[in-house]
Design a protein around this ligand. Structure first.
Ligand SMILES: Cc1ncc(COP(=O)(O)O)c(C=O)c1O
Length: 292
């Protein structure tokens, strides 16, 4: 990836229905969503020039906006077409797509009435999130002091920017302590997810994963569950408490950015990278290299 900051690159960004030069895709400082955290976004990966699970991501973008109280003024098909267009126009073959919708600068009060909805889609080259070492030996997670809020405290089913404030705090604290990511518990003290990925535990040959009732039911999570079912693994969605983590033989994360990544350490606990994680990691890689 280029060392240039994200605002200073060549290429084009799709902004409110048209392609604009990359450096001109700007917003005003009095943008409502900048002040009150209501933008919604997606993260998508490009493999071989094609966007993986584009329809699912585009649908989730519109659904996220609805949850936080506004309508994206484009259809899923229009968002899909615009996403493909920016990938093509920027010549991205291995990369990332970032669609985002937000409330504009028509009003400044907490009330959002009268704010116009904007949408932008950017695409840029992006290699694998973690290197070969992490893919082979796993990453280290540090349990965060921040907890995923209850679904009646925040719009937890939405991929809304405001919800990422505690993810950034957790992630930065983990990295400062020498870990790669944070494990976030939920408001009940149950294991929830990492800061941008879902979590799976392998226990006695079965997959256990937290019920996604206060965090994103990731598109990768669902894809990996399908792959696991095809391999004949039983999947148990349930409440998982941190006290049981030590009983897991393997632990891994799933997410668009991290793909399938083993976890080698959570706080003082150590885990080996085992055959089920390796199998699903290989199956996921194979799928992303060959999809319609
Ligand atoms: C907080 C959080 N949880 C889970 C996920 C995994 O979701 P997906 O697999 O749809 O990328 C993401 C990434 O979008 C995320 O940001």
């Amino acid at each position: 990836m280029s060392a240039l900051p994200l605002e200073n690159r060549d290429g084009v960004i799709w902004l409110d229905g048209e392609l604009v030069p990359w450096r001109e895709a700007k917003v005003h400082v009095l943008t409502h969503s900048l002040h009150y955290g209501s933008s919604v976004f997606e993260g998508e990966r490009v493999y071989g020039g094609k966007i993986f699970k584009l329809k699912e991501h585009s649908e989730r973008l519109l659904a996220s906006a609805k949850i936080v109280g506004y309508e994206v003024p484009y259809t899923v098909e229009q968002i899909e077409a615009a996403s493909r267009l920016v990938v093509e126009k920027n010549g991205v073959t291995t990369g990332y797509v970032r669609p985002i919708a937000w409330r504009g600068s028509e009003v400044i009060g907490v009330s959002a009435k009268g704010a116009k909805i904007h949408v932008a889609i950017a695409a840029f080259p992006w290699p694998a999130y973690y290197g070969e070492e992490a893919r082979k030996n796993g990453i280290k997670l540090l349990t965060s002091k921040w907890r995923r809020p209850a679904p009646d405290s925040a719009p937890t089913a939405s991929k809304c920017a405001g919800l990422y404030m505690i993810c950034t705090l957790s992630r930065d604290a983990a990295e400062a302590a020498g870990f790669q990511d944070a494990l976030m518990l939920d408001y009940r003290g149950q294991v929830a997810e990492a800061t941008g990925a879902n979590i799976f535990l392998v226990m006695d040959g079965k997959l256990h994963t937290p019920t996604p009732d206060c965090f994103l039911d990731g598109i990768t999570r669902r894809t990996v569950m399908d792959l696991a079912r095809k391999r004949g693994y039983e999947i148990i969605e349930r409440a998982i408490f941190p006290e049981e983590l030590h009983k897991a033989q393997e632990i891994f994360l799933t997410g668009t950015a991290v793909e399938v990544i083993p976890v080698g350490v959570i706080d003082e606990l150590k885990f080996t990278v085992g055959p089920i994680t390796q199998q699903l990691q290989a199956d996921y890689t194979a799928l992303t290299q060959n999809f319609a």
